[in-house]
Design a protein around this ligand. Sequence first.
Ligand SMILES: [Fe+2]
Ligand SMILES: [Fe+2]
Length: 350
Amino acid sequence: MVASLDDTKRNTIAVKLASIKALQKLVIENEQVLLREGLDAEIADRIRNFIKDDEKNLGVLETVITQYGIQAEPKKVVTEFIEKARELFKSSELSLYEKVSQHELLKHQLVMSGLIVHKAAQKVGADVMVAIAPLNTINFENRAHQEQLKGILEILGVRELTGQDADQGIWARVQDAMAAVSGVVGSAVTQSSDKKDLNIQDVIRLDHGKVNTLFTELLQSNNLQKIEEYFGQIYKDLTAHAEAEEEVVYPRVRSFYGQDNTQELYDEQADMKRRLDEIKSISPSAAEFKQKIKQLMDIVGDHIRQEESTMFTAIRNNLSTEQSEQLASEFKAAKTRIQQKLGVVSESKI
Ligand SMILES: [Fe+2]
Ligand SMILES: [Fe+2]
């Protein structure tokens, strides 16, 4: 059986994610342009904070795309739009008010795209939901930026029209609107300055969660085509995850996690790979297919528990926050490269 999983819906979401990433990059560029426009201190501070959030969110987006497992190119029309928007933003044709107004529209576009992907994922499958979950934080923050941009627009608009300052109390109103957006509980917005980049434990845990969900979905399904797709995704996800761990994580932890413990992880993964290839050669309609999947799921489960308990503890005790975040970047880069080698790149240029 050939691992084929790239069905149309999944590809379309991959293309949308690529478009979001391209727009997110444009947003950062535009904010850097705005900072050079001689802004009030309060406004400049807010834009600087946007840039901090947006750069962090670009990293989160890259994680989401790697997690999702299908790399794609943005739609051609999006790339062309970005090209034009970039030129216009740098030109002197637009007033400062008009630039901020365009920027707010871009944020709106990002929020809507993020929301649509989230809704679409609910239709496609639980594993997709797991992969794109961090997108919600980005949506929250972009919504909060939108509220602040509205405040900035009010100040700049009144000034451009009358040469005078707008009423006091704008920022208090903006603050209220942001609180309404963030909701009572998950105050993703107000805590944004404390938020850290993902560390290696976070990134590995995301992968583990996703593969677990895929196993559960596969075992629950009676649709042969779906089963084949799920297995295809498990095959590619597990292979990329394991190879990236062997390339980046295991060599790094060996000295403090111990020679024997680390070797055990390598051996378990070799066993996992053998089983994956064995299952690949069995028809999903054969009675033993799900039985073999169940065995693999148990073995993967034990392996995951070991990594998340003792290996994570060793990492926490021996690596600094910065080192752990750095390792996460290296892990993501390795995984993206391996995914590309495995042919997970979407051909779709729709
Ligand atoms: Fe592993
Ligand atoms: Fe792992």
